[in-house]
Design a protein around this ligand. Structure first.
Ligand code: PGA
Length: 256
């Protein structure tokens, strides 16, 4: 039984009042204990968020991290700094970073390892563009992105993280993948992990959580969560309001 995750990626949105309101709403809510709730605010708000959430079970993370723990890298933030601010998780390889910061598969793999080294749980984001899907390359692209981490981190360390399948064409577009399209890719990812090595990889594939991201909303979440290989969601736009975020969490709880 894999515990579902509902994670909110705030991207570069937020403000101190918004963080305070959101944390207060989450503290007051009756959050289903069977779902793991995560929020990835801009790193500037991590500490404020952690303080606002108090002793709640909701965990926080950063949307990115640098591969080194410290150094002359102006503007960067390391995994140990994120941990010190109250973060327990890190997104790696979000498509917006692959696209706007030119992050390669190799760099994403290094960040995945850096997160683990700093004691954070990494979420590896993978996903194809519309052009890649139209060309029939979706599975090949996602497999390549996954293999980069499998090859450098190894199956056991991959298994310490979470995978998020986020088709680029579904992010922020309102055009979500159908439950069947999402399930098909989640199955491909799980099969790939299972085939990676031996006995161990079967166990890791069975327990690996693979969440879906791309225009997840309260009204389409339940159908996605009913799919056998979808273990929750990475939510962008709909995670900015506590109400819609909590409704998605409730849908994940109902599906367990
Ligand atoms: P969206 O974003 O829910 O707004 O499509 C998802 C993401 O980028 O993680």
């Amino acid at each position: 039984m894999r515990q579902p995750i509902v994670a909110g990626n705030w991207k570069m949105y937020g403000s101190t009042p918004r963080v305070e309101q959101f944390a207060a709403a989450l503290n007051a809510a009756d959050v289903a204990a069977d779902v793991q709730l995560l929020v990835f605010p801009p790193v500037a708000y991590l500490h404020g968020f952690a303080t606002g959430l108090g002793v709640s079970d909701i965990e926080l993370g950063a949307q990115d991290l640098h591969v080194d723990q410290e150094g002359a890298f102006t503007g960067e933030v390391s995994g140990t700094m994120i941990a010190e601010l109250g973060g327990r998780w890190a997104l790696t390889g979000h498509s917006e970073r692959r696209r706007y910061q030119g992050e390669s598969d190799a760099l994403v793999a290094s960040k995945f390892l850096a997160a683990l080294d700093a004691g954070l749980t990494p979420i590896l984001c993978v996903g194809e563009t519309l052009a890649e899907r139209d060309a029939g390359d979706a599975a090949a692209v996602v497999t390549r992105q996954l293999d980069a981490v499998l090859e450098s981190a190894g199956i056991e360390r991959l298994g310490l993280g979470v995978v998020a399948y986020e088709p680029v064409w579904a992010i922020g577009t309102g055009q979500t993948a159908t439950p069947e399209q999402a399930q098909e890719m989640h199955r491909i990812i799980r099969d790939r992990v299972r085939a990676a090595s031996d006995e161990k990889s079967r166990e890791i594939a069975a327990s690996l959580r693979i969440v879906y991201g791309g225009s997840v909303k309260p009204d389409n979440a339940a159908e996605l969560f009913r799919q056998g290989d979808i273990d929750g969601a990475l939510v962008g736009g709909a995670s900015l309001e506590a109400d819609s975020f909590l409704r998605i969490a409730a849908a994940a709880s109902d599906a367990t």
